[in-house]
Design a protein around this ligand. Structure first.
Ligand SMILES: [Zn+2]
Length: 281
């Protein structure tokens, strides 16, 4: 290892700056969303079986809720523009804007070139958790999704109920195509209810038992017409391992709600990003 320079400590002592200050982001109208939520009625519900996934659709201006039922369970969420699957949730940019975990008031942003809010978190019964003494928090945008490729690399074998495969099968069924055709649309997820962080000493991604309990839920406002897919992770509460059938697993419930007519006043779906896409040419 090279010797550190004489001013190593001084260089390390430089204070960080936030990469993307969010003060100039268009701010969600949380009062409007709260009143919409207060008037809403249920129009659809889908139960996601353990170690499997299901799709659901949410019209723009509706609200969807993901709930823990029966037992502590983590979910892996994909979102697409229901009219154009090439516009999909962009975990990396959401992380860059809102941090490693999202909660009430944060947005799920879509991929380039649209890059607009797809969904806004408007209620989260796990808001109280905050950041624990290990640096862990809930609903992360740092993990990708458990998948059979990484599992094969690390442990060998063929496991077919990782979230990646569950999401692939669910989307394939929705599209009426083979899994291989649906697979490229599956993308990095929002890890709903999962409690994760990075270890302070080695910077490694860690997970710990989710604090979620039956009845806990997270509510999202759909900013555009959405197709969603949710996998009930084979890791269960993700307290020990995933990519196997070892952990106790439970279903997850997705419900879709329609606000009372007039509750959204003059709300309008966000337009695609304003960049010209000429890239200097
Ligand atoms: Zn998983």
């Amino acid at each position: 290892m090279p010797n550190p320079p004489d001013d190593a400590d001084a260089r390390r002592a430089i204070a960080p700056v936030i990469c993307y200050p969010v003060e100039t982001l268009p701010q969600p109208d949380m009062a409007l969303y709260s009143s919409a939520r207060a008037s809403m009625t249920k129009v659809d519900a889908v139960t996601v079986p353990p170690r499997d996934a299901a799709t659901f659709t949410v019209p723009a201006g509706h609200i969807f809720r993901i709930s823990s039922v029966e037992g502590p369970q983590v979910g892996d969420l994909n979102l697409w523009n229901a009219r154009d699957l090439s516009e999909r949730f962009y975990s990396g940019k959401t992380r860059a804007l809102h941090g490693t975990h999202i909660t009430t008031g944060d947005r799920m942003w879509s991929s380039f070139p649209a890059m607009r809010p797809m969904a806004t978190v408007i209620h989260d019964t796990l808001d109280w958790y905050g950041i624990d003494s290990f640096g862990g928090s809930v609903h992360d945008v740092i993990g990708t999704r458990c998948d059979p490729y990484t599992h094969n690399l690390l442990a060998g074998g063929q496991y077919h109920h990782c979230c990646h495969s569950n999401l692939t099968r669910a989307l394939a069924d929705h599209m009426g195509v083979a899994p291989q055709e649906a697979e490229p649309h599956v993308h990095d997820v929002l890890n709903v209810f999962m409690c994760t962080g990075f270890t302070r000493d080695t910077g490694q991604y860690f997970m710990k038992a989710s604090p979620v309990r039956p009845g806990d839920h997270i509510d999202f406002f759909a900013e555009i017409d959405l197709l969603g897919a949710l996998s009930a992770c084979p890791g269960g509460d993700c307290s020990s391992e995933h990519s196997s059938d070892t952990a106790p697993c439970y279903p997850l419930l997705v419900e879709v709600f329609k606000p009372e007519s007039g509750a959204l006043a003059d709300w309008q779906a966000p337009e695609p990003n304003g960049y010209t896409r000429t890239h200097g040419r």
